[in-house]
Write a protein that binds this ligand. Sequence first.
Ligand SMILES: Nc1ncnc2c1ncn2[C@@H]1O[C@H](COP(=O)(O)OP(=O)(O)OP(=O)(O)O)[C@@H](O)[C@H]1O
Ligand SMILES: [Mg+2]
Length: 260
Amino acid sequence: MGKIVAVANQKGGVGKTTTAVNLAACLGAKKKKILLVDMDPQGNATSGFGVNKKQTAQTSYDLLIGQASAEEVRVKTVFQGVDMISSSIELAGAEVELIELEERIFRLKQGLAPLRDQYDYIIIDCPPSLGLITLNALAAVDSVFIPIQCEYFALEGLSQLMATVRQVKRTYNSDIQIEGVLLTMYDGRLNLTTQVVAEVKKYFPDKVYKTTIPRNVRLSEAPSYGQPVIYYDKSSKGSKAYMEVAKEFLKANKKWNREG
Ligand SMILES: Nc1ncnc2c1ncn2[C@@H]1O[C@H](COP(=O)(O)OP(=O)(O)OP(=O)(O)O)[C@@H](O)[C@H]1O
Ligand SMILES: [Mg+2]
């Protein structure tokens, strides 16, 4: 059974999508079977993976609302090992539509259940909010992976995210764990970065990834070509950093890795 991991942080622009897309691609390149699920109405992970939003008739919205099965909404990508459930702007309405539906917190969990056996890892890109979409993701997962941007106020909102995770653990998903914390847009030359890193490590003593993601223009260019960075520019710093993240991730998840 595949492990389900949400990439979440309600703070906007911290590198959630960049991390979800590139971790998925790197794990795929390392021969894992990956399903990337775009749960953000902005659809950045969808376009970052070169999936044409107009060509995919059904999306994560249809899965969440229960109009389609996971098999129906899943598409292949051109990148090794990675399938995708894309998102569309309709998903923006789901926060409101879900309120009316039964089992509104467990829609995604139920939707993904039939696909779990087909993948090693299912990676969910969350939107920058703690609304019903993110709650659906947190209820569905084994763990949550938290990118934190090394900047002023990096920890702002983190206590809110952690309070939400604790509440989800109490109420909907007692098994949820923190997969790891990833420091993004890292510049070790800056005093500020050093301070932020120290604070984050104090907050999450054992969870901070050794690998950090540098600020790298290739990472920000790659999505406009519809490519994960390992395909856009394999030798870039960003590409190497995300390959290291994938390595660290697999090492931390030995028990989930199937033979062969
Ligand atoms: N390490 C990096 N170096 C340079 N640019 C980066 C890096 N990581 C992310 N970016 C850029 O910063 C912007 C925000 O990143 P991203 O979209 O991954 O964040 P997000 O947390 O998913 O945002 P949102 O909250 O809007 O979903 C994007 O333009 C992305 O290309
Ligand atoms: Mg995003």
